[in-house]
Design a protein around this ligand. Structure first.
Ligand SMILES: Nc1nc2c(ncn2[C@@H]2O[C@H](COP(=O)(O)OP(=O)(O)OP(=O)(O)O)[C@@H](O)[C@H]2O)c(=O)[nH]1
Ligand SMILES: [Mg+2]
Length: 199
């Protein structure tokens, strides 16, 4: 849940990168961390197994500077994608202002993507977050793999993006699409915030 402090004129928003195991969520945050100037970011916290699977979450605080007179901070989180970490996913998802669904574009991963998307919907419903109005963008990652291995963005949109929200092809390893995705979800979150009646 975004925190708006009118006294210190500070806004803090929480963005969660969600998706199946190995889709590239942690890679997104690592790329963002590497690119953002040190004065704009805090320490990135990653809790991973020895084989680099996210065990609990990754956390990256970003300072977006001043927007409409408010110091604006974003906290980026990733969930652990592996199916059996659902309790942790629920914890990390709690209070999210926006979600980036990172799908793995590989043809053979389609079922995992759909399963994870369904899991997201169930967990949001359980937390009484309105799935239809939550700021959400899709990122179809690993588009840089050979063409015969991946589904094109349009087909992934047909399979997953029923709300018709913004979607981006990406290659998180090289950073292609990473900032476009972040910018898009940030805009949706800030727009929603400005539409809500102020506290
Ligand atoms: N070819 C290719 N590999 C990628 C891309 N993005 C991530 N990877 C690789 O995919 C593997 C998994 O990436 P992670 O970022 O750890 O995946 P994750 O979604 O955080 O996985 P969990 O923490 O298990 O949920 C790593 O070996 C990455 O280097 C991409 O765009 N292209
Ligand atoms: Mg991870």
């Amino acid at each position: 849940m975004s925190l708006v402090n009118f006294t210190t004129r500070e806004i803090t928003c929480k963005i969660v990168y969600y998706g199946p195991g190995r889709s590239g969520k942690t890679t997104n945050l690592q790329y963002i961390y590497d690119q953002v100037p040190p004065e704009r970011r805090g320490r990135m916290v990653s809790l991973a197994t020895q084989t680099d699977r996210t065990l609990f979450f990754d956390f990256l605080p970003l300072d977006l500077g001043t927007i409409s007179g408010f110091t604006t901070k974003f906290q980026l989180y990733t969930v652990p994608g592996q199916v059996y970490y659902n309790a942790t996913r629920k914890l990390v998802l709690h209070g999210a202002d926006g979600v980036v669904f990172v799908a793995d574009s590989q043809i053979r991963q389609l079922d995992e993507n759909l399963e994870s998307l369904q899991n997201l919907q169930v967990n949001l419903l359980e937390q009484r977050i309105d799935v239809r109005t939550l700021p959400l963008v899709f990122q179809y990652n690993k588009q840089g793999l050979p063409r015969e291995l991946v589904l094109p963005v349009e087909e992934l949109d047909d399979a997953m993006n029923f709300r018709g929200v913004p979607s981006f092809g990406a290659d998180a390893l090289t950073g292609n699409g990473v900032f476009e995705t972040l910018r898009s979800v940030s805009e949706l979150v800030l727009r929603k915030l400005s539409e809500e009646p102020s506290a």
